[in-house]
Design a protein around this ligand. Structure first.
Ligand code: SF4
Length: 379
């Protein structure tokens, strides 16, 4: 069952809005040294060209703040308005210093404030408040947003001692931050609960949604991701299963597919997940049968040729089926279809109506595209 999208708060990341009914945004992270301005700038441009909508950068030392300033100036000069996010661990001072140069800050509650194992809950809350409130004040003054990004693998010792490495611990690690943000009237928050173990990741977001509602916190937007997913087919499958499950639940406002590859590779996977779950339609939807002994034309070639010619069309469904036995039922809701009709022959359909019969397969693609063209021109 597909659930309705969760009604989340709208949060601005620079000029881009996320949450609410805005499209689920695709983001990635550079893997260049941020201080290497030339390489980082080139990678941001490549990411933007491939469809990335938000770029995160690791900031590990104060020397990189100057690099960020140059990056922003260069991007503005090129009129490339892509929001930048600084990812800062361990250093509240660095996190504060970087805010004016980015659109959003990401901190990890597991390491932002050092909490001792033997802290009482009161001490822990006090320690967080002392460091977190000044950060919120700067974010507010600068009009910037904040992601509280919990990672299953980096919970604080204080949380680990009480809850162990559990989903419960992941949620507990963020509660003090949420309470303080609410007291300070800071609502430009985005939340994430990532894990490399897909069931843990899926469960943590589902429970986070319930936890926010139960505690009457605002429905902050969720940033989805399976962290350290690896690479190649299995990395993509992990991302698709984790992120896809949550999208089908109606959860998620922005996402990152983590791959141990060039980050540009993450973008097409992200759009495929969005398309397959129906969460964001950005191109043609294809249906094709796996072929069997009833297929009497080169379906794979016809399918690939049709795909190559129609990839940029948005919001239509095209089916390529080997035969009419199962094919007609499977393609019933397709806008256009090409269905095997005999040896080396296909029938072409326009919105369920067969309009050309027994077309030789080597003419099939051209005649199919002609049908689409005629439809477009209204003839
Ligand atoms: S649609 Fe026809 S050719 Fe394709 S797998 Fe099904 S039965 Fe086989």
């Amino acid at each position: 069952m597909i659930h309705r999208r969760r009604s989340s708060k709208v949060v601005a990341i620079g000029s881009l809005l996320i949450g609410g009914s805005y499209p689920i945004r695709v983001q990635s992270m550079t893997n260049t040294a941020t201080g290497d301005v030339v390489s980082t700038l080139a990678q941001i441009r490549q990411l933007a060209d491939t469809g990335c909508e938000i770029v995160r950068l690791a900031i590990i030392s104060p020397s990189e703040i100057e690099a960020l300033r140059i990056l922003r100036t260069s991007l503005r000069r090129d009129k490339l308005d892509i929001p930048l996010v600084a990812d800062v661990h361990f250093s509240p001072a660095l996190a504060s210093a970087v805010i004016p140069f980015v659109d959003k800050l990401r901190i990890n509650p597991g390491n932002f404030v050092k909490l001792r194992e033997d802290n009482t809950p009161e001490e822990s809350g006090k320690n967080i408040r002392e460091i977190f409130v000044p950060l919120l004040k700067i974010l507010k003054k600068e009009g910037k947003s904040l992601r509280l990004g919990v990672n299953h693998g980096s919970l604080s010792k204080y949380i680990l001692k009480q809850y162990g490495n559990t989903v419960e611990g992941m949620l507990a690690s963020i509660v003090d931050y949420l309470k303080i943000a609410q007291e300070e009237h800071f609502e430009a928050l985005v939340l994430s609960f990532k894990a490399n173990h897909v069931p843990t990741m899926v469960q943590s977001y589902r429970e986070a949604d319930r936890m926010l509602a139960k505690n009457e916190f605002p429905a902050y937007p969720f940033h989805l991701g399976v962290t350290e997913a690896g690479n190649a087919a299995y990395g993509r499958i992990k991302g698709a299963v984790g992120i896809g499950s949550l999208l089908l639940d109606g959860l998620g406002d922005t996402l990152r597919v983590s791959l141990t590859e060039n980050p540009c590779e993450e973008i097409s996977v992200a759009y495929d997940i969005l398309q397959a779950t129906g969460a964001r339609i950005s191109r043609t939807e294809y249906v094709a049968c796996p072929t069997c002994g009833r297929t009497h034309f080169n379906l794979e070639k016809v399918f690939n040729d049709i795909k190559a010619a129609t990839r940029s069309l948005k919001g239509i469904k095209i089916a390529v089926m080997g035969c009419g036995i199962n094919g007609l039922g499977e393609m019933a809701d397709a806008d256009y279809a090409c269905v095997g009709s005999g040896k080396g022959k296909v029938d072409l359909y326009d919105h369920g109506r067969c309009i050309e019969r027994d077309v030789p397969e080597d003419e099939a693609v051209a005649r199919f595209l002609k049908i689409l063209e005629n439809r477009k021109s209204g003839s």
